[in-house]
Design a protein around this ligand. Sequence first.
Ligand code: B12
Length: 210
Amino acid sequence: MNNMYEQITESLIKGRYTEVAELTQKALDEGYEPKEIINEALLTGMNEVGELFSDGEMFVPEVLVAAKAMASGMDLLKPLLKEGDVTSAGKCIFCTVKGDLHDIGKKLVAMMLEGAGYEIVDLGVDVGPEAIIEAVKEHQPDIIGMSAMLTTTMMSMKETVEALKENGMYDKLQVMIGGAPVSTNYADQIGASFSADAAAAVDLANRLMA
Ligand code: B12
């Protein structure tokens, strides 16, 4: 494996965001292709972060810092990408549902998906069915990801699925849900797919897109 890519990957996993930016700039100065730096160094690092998180060897704060390190490299590379350099794995709209302000888990899932090549539109927190329908019209996503952390707000997921059906959108996209009170059982009941954590969410999204 190329030493430059290895250094970037290692710095990313350790969450050294300034170093990732410096090394990315160094790689560019030495003539490495932006697309290759993303695929061989940054995405490789984020994939490893996902595996370490799944195995319980990395925890939420470390994953968030690693995602920040990924972003510090991407900020330099994105403006240099040529058309066709990056093919999106799929477009996802993400939100925390109506009445709910918890967003740490949602952000983590969104960042992991971004690391896996998905295009993310984050609608924020306290997002009701109407706003989601509008966002689907505007962004035409492949996946909607909804997060709820309160037993009182998870009902909004069911209402959103019903609204998607009423608007003829449900059959054209996939609905992913997650959050502490949510379960596979609830997902089955409302017609969505569930995953318990951010790493599993990437596997789930890949399966849904296959
Ligand atoms: C941090 C926190 C807060 C923060 C939120 C800050 C923020 N910006 O998010 C603050 C202080 C604001 C807060 C407020 C409240 N909170 Co609070 N909060 C928590 C706490 C301690 C941690 C949640 C968290 O961030 N976990 C870390 C993340 C990484 O984990 P996660 O969210 O579960 O996400 C992972 C998975 O669930 C999954 N996932 C999450 N979303 C999605 C989405 C998709 C699509 C997929 C596939 C996967 C997925 O992947 C994530 C990453 O692995 C929990 C307790 C707990 N242990 O869960 C209580 C908790 C959720 N809160 C609770 C309560 C009651 C409240 C309040 C009502 C308190 C009050 N009386 O004011 C308010 C409600 C405010 C509101 N309207 O939302 C209760 C909920 C009880 C219930 N069953 O309804 C909990 C469980 C605490 C408790 N034991 O009582 N809270």
